[in-house]
Structures are given as structure tokens and as C-alpha cells.
Design a protein around this ligand. Structure first.
Ligand code: 5GP
Ligand code: MN
Length: 333
């Protein structure tokens, strides 16, 4: 599975790593781990994302390896790259955002000068890549990066172990989502052996929130609405409320699943108002039905039990529309 990618790593010198917009810890941890591994081989590596890391995740990047794409500064690097790794974003260049457009243009005009490699655990057809490893049995892209580094004979340094562990920890909702399996725990054990400290890493992600954000969680819990005889819950957050709690949409990791704590709930929906008349939609399910189909209909995507999209429209209207769609979905499952 990895031989083609390992060949590219051995033969080429200049690499760009990228991931999806609004990167999460799976995207960032996978990039940083692969970056360190490639640099240990003497390769020239640049991580280029369309969006910067959310403020609560900046701790992962003490050496400031992550770069937010800036056209003037980065075009040269893009023109000279020999391999582009697209991580956690098999949805296509669009999923990579504005740097995706520029990388796509380079890939399309260069013929075979640049190879595009996609590694992801979202089940998408990957038309845009020359080489793809897409495995939806993996709980996180970081599991696949673990595979790649170990298959290539690379060392699991303590920092690589921490990045991969953080990615798996968060993408599995602390080892509880339906994607968590035996292999996930086996890999986690290897990462702990290699230097990842579970308690310290958990604290770094889940016990360093500003007070306002924890209070906002209380607000969301208080504003949960129930429907479909208790089988669905939803909540909508407007810009004004976010501001009042000193929060931004990027801070809300974990919020969409809050309603899943309730017995009998099969689907949880969170709609968050974004600037310029857009709404971020997040869907979670208990595994008894799939929600990524609905997200795809809205131009987004995701996993069977965790999916999302960003749509144009008014917060109340988008929310009401989705509540109706989920009610219909519940009837069909
Ligand atoms: P969240 O609701 O936490 O933003 O995202 C949940 C899942 O849905 C993640 O796996 C994420 O990759 C996916 N997802 C969220 N928003 C989008 C989107 O706009 N496009 C696609 N393709 N996937 C998304
Ligand atoms: Mn992921």
C-alpha cells in the first residue's frame, strides 16, 4: 500500500504538506508528524494551510512549522515543489481552500513534475491525486501517517508520537466514537511507548479552555431543543452570543456532540452563524444512521456519524430546514 509513496519520499527532495480548511488536530498533527519525519531524511518541507491553527491548538506548533498560505511569499515554494501531500482532505482541492486552488493550478500545468499524494480516512473518490491511500477503517488520518512512517522504517520520536496521539485522541472523541477499533488502541499503545503521555495530552486539549468557552458550553446545553420524540436535538448559536462569551466558531470543537449525552438521541445538530450570511452546520449521529449524506447534499461531507458543511443563509432558516430534513431522515431509518 505504501510502496509508491515511500518511493516518492526516497527519490524527491522538495515537499509541500497541506490539509483541509479550518484544520483540526488530525490535520495539524498528521502534517507536523510527517514534516518532522521527512526533515529527518534531509528533505525540504513546507506546511501550507489555507487557515491558521485555531488559538486553542497553537500549542502543537512550538517551532512554528505551520504556515498560513500567503500568495506572494509562497508561490515560489509551490512552483518548485516535487511532491504535494494532501492530508485529511480527500474531498478535493476545494476542501483544501484557497491554497488548494493554487496547488491545483500547479499540479495541472506541470504534467509529471509534481506528484500529488492524498492520505485520508474520509471515504471519498480521489480523482485529483496521482497516488492515494484512503482508508475509512482508520479512525484518523494520523493512523495512516503512523503506518507510513513505521512501514518506511522511520523512528517514532517523542514529538511525532505526541502529534499522532493528539490527532487520534481528538478524532475519536477520546476513543469513544464508532471509528475507534482494536487497531486504534494498538497504535495508541505504540505511541504511548514512544513517549506520548495520555494524561498530559488530554489536559492540554480538554482542560485549558478560557472560562467564557466553558460557560458558552453551558449556554448551548441550556438551549438544546428536542424533536422527533426525543430522537434528535439541536441548537443554534448566533454571532452575538459567540461574541458575548468571547468565542469564535473555530473554538467550538466538541460542541456539536453535546446533545449525544442524552439517552435516546440519535442525531444532534449544531448550527453556528458565521460572518457574511453563512452558517456552519455540524451533524452527529449515534451510529444507527448516517449523516454524511445530508452534509454532502449541502456541499459538505464527513463520516457516517460526524459530518458538516458550510451553507449560505439565515441562521434560523437553515436550522429549521435541517430540523425538518433530519426528521425525514429519522423516518427512513
Ligand atoms: P465538524 O462538524 O466538527 O466541523 O466536522 C465533522 C466532520 O465533518 C469532520 O470529519 C469534517 O472533516 C467533516 N466536515 C465538516 N465540514 C465539512 C465541509 O465543509 N466539507 C467536508 N467535505 N467535510 C466537512
Ligand atoms: Mn480526520
Amino acid at each position: 500500500m505504501w510502496s509508491e509513496i515511500i518511493r516518492l519520499i526516497n527519490e524527491k527532495q522538495r515537499f509541500i504538506l497541506t490539509a483541509h480548511t479550518n484544520p483540526d488536530l488530525d490535520a495539524l498533527g498528521s502534517e507536523l508528524a510527517l514534516d518532522e519525519y521527512l526533515r529527518s531524511l534531509g528533505k525540504e518541507v513546507t506546511i501550507l494551510n489555507s487557515d491558521s491553527a485555531p488559538r486553542l491548538l497553537r500549542f502543537v506548533d512550538p517551532d512554528r512549522r505551520l504556515r498560513t498560505f500567503s500568495p506572494d511569499r509562497d508561490q515560489g515554494k509551490i512552483d518548485r515543489a516535487q511532491v504535494i501531500f494532501v492530508l485529511d482532505a480527500s474531498g478535493g482541492w476545494e476542501r483544501v481552500g484557497r491554497v488548494g486552488e493554487v496547488l491545483a493550478a500547479r499540479a495541472n500545468r506541470s504534467g509529471k513534475e509534481v506528484e500529488v499524494v492524498c492520505i485520508d480516512h474520509h471515504a471519498n473518490p480521489v480523482g485529483f491525486a496521482d497516488v492515494a491511500v484512503v482508508n475509512s477503517d482508520a479512525a484518523a488520518t494520523a493512523e495512516l501517517i503512523f503506518d507510513l512512517i513505521t512501514q518506511a522504517g522511520g523512528a517514532l520520536t517523542p514529538s511525532i508520537a505526541r502529534w499522532l496521539y493528539l490527532a487520534i485522541l481528538t478524532d475519536t472523541g477520546s476513543f469513544r466514537f464508532p471509528n475507534t477499533n482494536l487497531q486504534t488502541h494498538r497504535i495508541a499503545a505504540r505511541l504511548i511507548e514512544a513517549g506520548a503521555d495520555p494524561m498530559q495530552l488530554y489536559k492540554q486539549v480538554y482542560e485549558q479552555y478560557p472560562l467564557g468557552l466553558v460557560r458558552l458550553k453551558g449556554h448551548v446545553l441550556n438551549s438544546l431543543q428536542a424533536g422527533a420524540g426525543g430522537r434528535m436535538v439541536w441548537s443554534a448559536l448566533d454571532q452575538e452570543t459567540l461574541k458575548a462569551y468571547g468565542a469564535t466558531p473555530a473554538d467550538l470543537d466538541g460542541f456539536p456532540g453535546l446533545g449525544m449525552q442524552i439517552g435516546g438521541v440519535r442525531v444532534s445538530l449544531l448550527c453556528v452563524e458565521l460572518p457574511r450570511g453563512r452558517v456552519k452546520v455540524s451533524l452527529r449521529s449515534d451510529g444507527s444512521l448516517t449523516v454524511n449524506g445530508l452534509a454532502e447534499k449541502l456541499g459538505g461531507g464527513g463520516h457516517p456519524s460526524a459530518a458538516g458543511a458550510t451553507v449560505e443563509g439565515d441562521l434560523a432558516q437553515v436550522t429549521a430546514q435541517l430540523v425538518a430534513e433530519i426528521e425525514a431522515l429519522l423516518k427512513s431509518f
